[in-house]
Design a protein around this ligand. Sequence first.
Ligand SMILES: Nc1ncnc2c1ncn2[C@@H]1O[C@H](COP(=O)(O)OP(=O)(O)O)[C@@H](O)[C@H]1O
Ligand SMILES: [Mg+2]
Length: 327
Amino acid sequence: MSLEENFPILTEKLTKKFDSFTAVNNIDLTIKKGEIFGFLGPNGSGKSTTIKMLCGILEPTSGKASVLGYDVYTDAEKIKERIGYMSQKFSLYEDLTVDENLEFYGGIYQVPSDQIDQRKEFVLEMADLKGRERELTANLSVGWKQRLALGCALLHQPELLFLDEPTSGVDPLSRRHFWDLLNEMAEEGKTIFVTTHYMDEAEYCYRLAFIFEGRIIALGSPQEIKKTMKEKVFQIQCDQIDRAFQILNQFPQLEEVLIHGANIHIVGAKTDLVKNLIPALLKENKINLLQIKSIEPSLEDVFVSLIGREAREKIRKEFLPCEPPLN
Ligand SMILES: Nc1ncnc2c1ncn2[C@@H]1O[C@H](COP(=O)(O)OP(=O)(O)O)[C@@H](O)[C@H]1O
Ligand SMILES: [Mg+2]
């Protein structure tokens, strides 16, 4: 197999500028065939811009990118024919029925007429939309719209799929079901590039990259990324969790305080500070402390810790150019 067959997405220093603003900054990616690759980052970090460049919708400013062996600068039309793309807004026609949306996308993707019925049947089964063919798309729940949009992107059986925040605004059960579908597709050999800002979904990816302010700040499997974390994470169990969070979060020496499910996580603080200060602070405020322990970081902890460090470095560069590093 050639390099392009093993690696359907390859980029080198891929960059997009809007005037003087750099939205995507020197990104290197090597996406393997058959993997679910997650692209995670907060709003405005450059996820959609990256996807649009890879789909041949937006020309890069500089750098290289090949998708299924095609160059994004010169072969954008070929790329568009071969990939599936689900945009952040789902791009469904609300005033068309489910069946009409499928017909429409079948036409766009030039699905041969002797195959369209079979492909529509597959999508209706997958999306659990059997019996709803004549319903107006506007009347579907967000979870169903999401699966219909995925189905539309799959009508022409692409081997590479780009999904831009497919689970935004979708309820947790539908999100779970959606990830099951993605896993089935990856097992069949499809490659999936998916963006999300839900940290819990990062765990479902084979590999992922964290993107922040246009740059990749971590890349690897969830396990590999967790191993890069040097700072300690403490988990606190207590009652009145919201009040406890408010109090701890205001305390300047605790830089990163996060609510994580029913617990609080403290990232990057010194052990003796945590062990002495927190019990005293909580006691003073009549909050019942149940447990403090050092734990394995979650991906969210890693991300917050990296962003914290990145932001600190940026501030240092911008405001203290002559000072030595703080730590
Ligand atoms: N067409 C555009 N013109 C100018 N700025 C843009 C354009 N598209 C995106 N941006 C800016 O680029 C940054 C990254 O945007 P985007 O890729 O949409 O982020 P994300 O998808 O991660 O939320 C944002 O600051 C956004 O405002
Ligand atoms: Mg986006």
